[in-house]
Design a protein around this ligand. Structure first.
Ligand code: ZN
Length: 244
């Protein structure tokens, strides 16, 4: 079985479409695993939900998905994020709200646990260090875990002695899954933050047990023009150019 692992689409239809085209170019997948934050920040929340729902997929809830439907409050969001969230809430149609409302916080499937932030605190926790990844080990039973939320592609590897290491997840390696337990982040589709503005996602082949990360160029200018037209905050528009 081949799975595409995508996270943090963030209502960026151009990036999401480019990723879907790239998946097809690489022979397609049977299923999409979505790590949440489908909406918010970008200009096409409804369209991105629709496009995802047309595919065979499972998805967990991200903090922005929950905020957009009022399930968590946005007082902890910085001002640009709060403004974008209020705009996003107004764009959602009843079916979108119903879909987001039913997203679970955590899913376990085929050797992996999927969570947006972390298995310990799915909506909020950022796994940004080996220490935090280590603290999360007791919170998932599957050999491997997938998280999003930081928008940065990384590999956490758990050693037998309990130590955990952190590596960048480059797009030129085949990561073969073996004995070591891992926590992987495929980076962000719609708002990468690792200094590379290209969309980031991964494909997992459960037969060969290989995970491959891919980076995909997309039409950033079109997304930015739409955001400007929607009146979304300029900081959110400009950051797409830099992947920060
Ligand atoms: Zn996000």
């Amino acid at each position: 079985m081949r799975y595409a692992v995508i996270g943090d689409i963030h209502a960026n239809l151009e990036a999401f479409t480019a990723v879907l085209n790239d998946i097809e170019k690489r022979g397609g997948v049977e299923k999409i695993w979505c790590l949440g934050d489908i909406v918010d920040y970008g200009p096409d929340p409804h369209e991105c939900i629709e496009l995802l729902r047309q595919r065979n997929h499972i998805a967990v809830a991200g903090n922005h998905d929950l905020a957009a439907i009022g399930k968590i409050d946005i007082t902890e969001f910085y001002p640009d994020a709060a403004a974008a969230n209020r705009w996003t809430s107004r764009q959602l149609q009843p079916a979108d709200i119903e879909y987001l409302r039913n997203l679970p916080p955590v899913i376990e499937e085929d050797n992996f646990t999927l969570a947006h932030g972390s298995p310990r605190d799915p909506a909020w926790e950022y796994v940004i260090s080996p220490d935090i990844a280590g603290e999360n080990l007791p919170y998932f039973k599957s050999p491997f875990c997938l998280v999003g939320h930081t928008h940065k592609p990384v590999i956490f590897r758990y050693q037998e002695n309990g130590d955990c290491s952190l590596d960048q997840f480059p797009d030129d390696i085949e990561l073969t899954l073996g004995q070591d337990r891992l926590m992987l982040n495929p980076g962000g589709v719609g708002q990468p933050r690792d200094g590379d503005p290209r969309a980031s996602y991964a494909i997992y082949d459960s037969e060969s047990m290989v995970v491959h990360l891919y980076r995909v160029a997309y039409d950033i200018a079109t997304t930015q023009a739409k955001m400007l037209e929607c009146g979304l905050p300029v900081g959110l528009i400009s950051r797409l150019s830099y992947g920060r």
